[in-house]
Write a new protein. Structure first.
Length: 190
């Protein structure tokens, strides 16, 4: 086991556990902090974290004032780790952890009429997941007009998110091998 630190909010400086093997790649503290700086105030917002890994994005969001988080992760070791991290931080009462492949979870959440203020996805790099999930979200919208959708992906992947139909590209930033794109849905009525 290794640890990473929460970079902001009431849990700033607290460490959460991460698996130290090839099961997952974790968003660095620098990139997480940059994402929260880009999206601004998240007080009272609801979060959906796809490909949740250790749950660090949701834990960070809740530390910074988000009201609730739904975390979707297919790997059982990772969902067990998320549960431990949430219990350790006392945030489990604000979270729902779904042990399921994202491609099944999105239609399930849509069927439950769920919507989120922030959707964050950090899938395994260079496997085409970002485009698949964006297509899935268009077919099963879990967003409102004000939802911020954040995709983290490899700089070696085709950056077609800059031109994704129906979404307005707010910002794209590169951090070493990592690219972060922040989108808003531009087709929904105000």
């Amino acid at each position: 086991m290794s640890t990473i630190r929460i970079t902001g909010g009431r849990l700033r400086g607290m460490s959460i556990q991460v698996l130290s093997n090839e099961v997952a790649r974790y968003t660095s503290s620098k990139v997480r902090q940059a994402i929260f700086n880009m999206i601004g105030d998240i007080e009272g917002r609801s979060v959906l974290e796809l490909f949740a890994g250790s749950g660090s994005f949701s834990i960070e969001a809740l530390s910074r004032g988000a009201a609730s988080a739904t975390l979707v992760e297919a790997n059982r070791k990772m969902t067990d780790l998320i549960a431990k991290n949430l219990a350790r931080t006392g945030l489990n009462k604000y979270c729902q952890v779904i042990h399921m492949d994202v491609r099944y979870a999105v239609p399930l959440l849509f069927g439950r009429k769920c919507t989120y203020d922030i959707i964050f996805m950090d899938p395994p790099y260079e496997m085409g997941y970002v485009m698949q999930i964006m297509t899935l979200l268009q077919a099963h919208p879990l967003f409102t007009r004000d939802t911020v959708t954040i995709a983290e992906y490899s700089c070696r992947e085709n950056d077609t998110l800059s031109y994704w139909e129906g979404f307005e590209n707010q910002k794209t930033r590169k951090y070493g091998d990592t690219v972060v794109t922040i989108l808003r849905n531009s087709n929904l009525p105000a």
